[in-house]
Ligand binder design. Structure first.
Ligand SMILES: Cc1ncc(C[n+]2csc(CCOP(=O)(O)OP(=O)(O)O)c2C)c(N)n1
Ligand code: SF4
Length: 278
């Protein structure tokens, strides 16, 4: 089955990929492809957009309508695409730095508008592509090239941020749980509004090495032992759990969608100007 998916959805001439051995990003990319395939989406109707970073290389390998944009701006481009053609299935693949540092403002406003875009953040808690600077999701005390004595910032809970900003669908999984990433992505695509999925990834090369997290197998093992399914938690525990990585569907509350509301304004204007010309 994976082989068939690769033949169907990958640009074979763009492989091999640039990711390091043991990187988690490929697992996320594959999980997203499975979601698209399970939903039976028309390839020509799917548009995948990214910013810049190791994670943001994913659209380069995928055979859809794809756009590799500037750092932090994936959601700005995706918003333009969705506004121009609301019928497209628009999916953003982005990193934690790309989406919540340089692109943080675009994230909160896309969520606030509830525009029908599904965003999957490959969260490896570091800037991988540029050599390991700390990001807004690096845990307090962890090291990066820009935090050699340990990061003193508090880390964003990306799902909490996305929910607070207005996302109508929010979920989290890790690369140890590819089937959960797939399921959440499917539900996110089905949600008519802004869907946010945090896929916790691993960067053994920069985050792992600098923070003595061991091999990529050790890092996967950590994800396995530290994750807990949201279904076993109370409402309070699911948002305030600093000991565990809470996975599963965290929020699902459909609300009116931005491009539809915008079309309503156009319809009202055209009706009024039609009346005036009579
Ligand atoms: C305007 C601008 N600033 C900085 C950069 C350098 N840059 C490229 S990728 C990146 C960080 C990517 O980190 P993240 O989004 O976490 O993705 P990862 O590489 O870890 O997957 C930075 C700072 C850039 N390309 N453009
Ligand atoms: S630097 Fe890190 S995030 Fe980038 S490809 Fe290597 S392991 Fe993956």
């Amino acid at each position: 089955m994976p082989n068939q998916l690769i033949k169907k959805y990958f640009r074979m001439d763009k492989l091999p990929h640039i990711w390091c051995p043991g990187c988690g990003h490929g697992i996320i990319m594959h999980s997203v492809i499975r979601a698209i395939d399970n939903l039976g989406l028309d390839k020509n109707n799917v548009c995948i957009v990214s910013g810049i970073g190791c994670s943001s290389r994913a659209p380069g390998y995928l055979d859809f309508n794809t756009l590799h944009t500037t750092h932090g701006r994936a959601l700005a481009f995706a918003t333009g695409i969705k506004m121009a053609n609301p019928n497209l299935d628009v999916i953003v693949l982005t990193g934690d730095g790309d989406s919540s540092a340089i692109g943080g403002n675009h994230l909160i406003h896309a969520a606030r508008r509830n525009i029908d875009i599904t965003t999957i953040v490959f969260n490896n808690n570091i800037y991988g592509m540029t050599g390991g600077q700390y990001s807004p999701t690096t845990a307090t005390g962890d090291k990066g090239t820009t935090a050699p004595y340990g990061n003193i910032d508090r880390a964003f809970d990306l799902c909490d941020l996305a929910k607070g900003a207005g996302s109508t669908y929010v979920g989290r999984a890790t690369v140890y749980h590819p089937n959960v990433i797939t399921k959440l992505t499917e539900e996110g695509i089905k949600n008519k509004g802004f869907s946010f999925i945090e896929a916790v990834s691993i960067c053994p090369t920069y985050y792992g090495r600098k923070n003595r997290k061991g091999t990529s197998v050790d890092m996967m093992d950590y994800l396995k032992t530290t994750s807990i399914n949201v279904k076993s938690l109370s409402e309070k525990e699911k948002w305030n759990n600093i000991e565990k990585i809470v996975i599963g569907e965290l929020y699902n509350m459909p609300a009116s969608e931005y491009t539809e509301k915008y079309q309503n304004i156009i319809d009202i204007f055209e009706k009024q100007s039609g009346n005036m010309s009579r």
